[in-house]
Design a protein around this ligand. Structure first.
Ligand code: BGC
Length: 369
């Protein structure tokens, strides 16, 4: 916590200097009044993900124009504290999640259609990631139109709306591609049982697919237990490698969520005829591996396979995330909440950033519980 008295009209916030490793500290940000069409938000919780770790290591992220630091935090659950003039659809006390990505200044074709997740110019801003401050702060103001309402029943798991929006887009796009080709996926492989992989597992199971999940943790680990509780088969790649555990099997859909690029190509070889594989992991490494590109090319052509990447999410994906979290409270009672394996106060945000091999999602309780 910073020394001295809190300046009047300020709130506590985590600040990083983008490009500089381990620069994260707690400082003060101005507390703002909501303007026309804006809501004032109290940040209740903020989830931490691999992108935040990369920002903390100085590998990713950009400060808002004219500023020397960035407030990180893009997975949040907020409470509406006050309404600016002209706001409809929100009341004080409502739960809300600000959408991460904002349209580019050029308002390119996808951005103008509300598909900023498909922005063509790359000049978009992302809250807590690039060019726009995020939610690891006690309070902020935002345009009401850029916030998604979350029912109060989801107070315990609403912080998962943003990571789930990423999954909703990745699976939604895969299903759209497959529907257009007349293919109905029945068997799925999910590589990586972190938050994205496990949320994808719940999503695919609730859509009736048979799911196999792969990670490098033992069968007794929390990750494996959540996967099996959702009705999926779990493979510990260290105990029995993917190739052996799934010998003779082929998958219609592969969702890569390990963020470990060499695994992408191993998983790709498990894809069956007419299969589609979606990559969701944003990685900052430079791994090189020898691969049999001829075999890969031949298989992909002769088996009509699709390989594509998916990033970010549009409003519709946030809304599907809210609907799924509500449905899962009945379909998989308490399971989504088990993904949150640690909650830390704002003053201990560094602990939320440090890796715990059995942990799944760490959350910072920004303004207490
Ligand atoms: C966020 C996305 C973002 C991506 C790339 C992810 O961690 O969830 O919203 O688009 O990072 O910056």
């Amino acid at each position: 916590m910073p020394d001295g008295k809190r300046p009047k009209g300020s709130c506590l916030a985590v600040q990083v200097t983008p490009g500089q490793a381990h620069s994260a500290r707690i400082g003060y940000e101005p507390r703002q009044e909501p303007g026309q069409g804006e809501v004032a938000l109290t940040v209740l919780e903020c989830g931490i993900c691999g992108t935040d770790a990369e920002i903390e290591q100085g590998l990713y992220g950009a400060a808002p124009p004219g500023e020397d630091h960035l407030v990180p935090g893009h997975e949040s659950l907020c409470e509406v504290a006050a309404l600016g003039p002209g706001v409809t659809g929100f009341s004080p006390g409502d739960l809300a999640v600000p959408i991460v990505r904002r349209p580019c200044p050029e308002n390119c074709d996808p951005c103008s259609r509300g598909r900023w997740d498909m922005c063509l110019t790359g000049h978009y801003a992302e809250r807590g990631i690039s060019r726009l401050h995020g939610m690891l702060r006690e309070c902020l103001t935002d345009e009401a139109a850029r916030c998604v309402q979350v029912p109060k029943d989801l107070r315990g798991v609403g912080v998962l709306v943003e990571p789930l929006s990423i999954v909703e887009k990745a699976i939604g796009e895969t299903m759209l591609i497959q529907e257009r080709r007349g293919v109905r996926p029945l068997r799925a492989l999910v590589t990586g049982a972190g938050p994205i992989g496990l949320l994808a597992t719940l999503c695919l199971r609730s859509r009736g697919l048979e799911v196999t999940v792969l990670d490098q943790r033992p069968q007794a680990s929390p990750k494996a237990r959540i996967a099996t509780a959702a009705g999926a088969r779990y493979i510990d790649d260290l105990q029995e490698p993917l190739e052996r555990a799934t010998a003779g099997e082929a998958f219609d859909l592969v969702l890569e969520a390990s963020g470990f690029a060499p695994l992408v190509f191993r998983a790709l070889r498990r894809l069956g005829r007419n299969g589609a594989m979606v990559l969701t992991g944003v990685t900052a490494g430079h791994h090189t591996i020898p691969i049999d590109v001829d075999a890969m090319n031949q298989e992909m052509v002769l088996e009509n396979q699709v390989l594509f990447g998916s990033v970010n999410a549009a409003r519709q994906h946030y809304e599907s995330a809210v609907q799924d979290l509500l449905a899962w409270e009945t379909d998989f009672p308490g399971l989504a909440g088990q993904l949150i394996t640690a909650r830390h106060p704002l003053g201990s945000f560094q602990e939320a950033l440090s890796k715990d091999s059995d942990g799944i999602k760490s959350v910072v309780e920004v303004t207490g519980s």
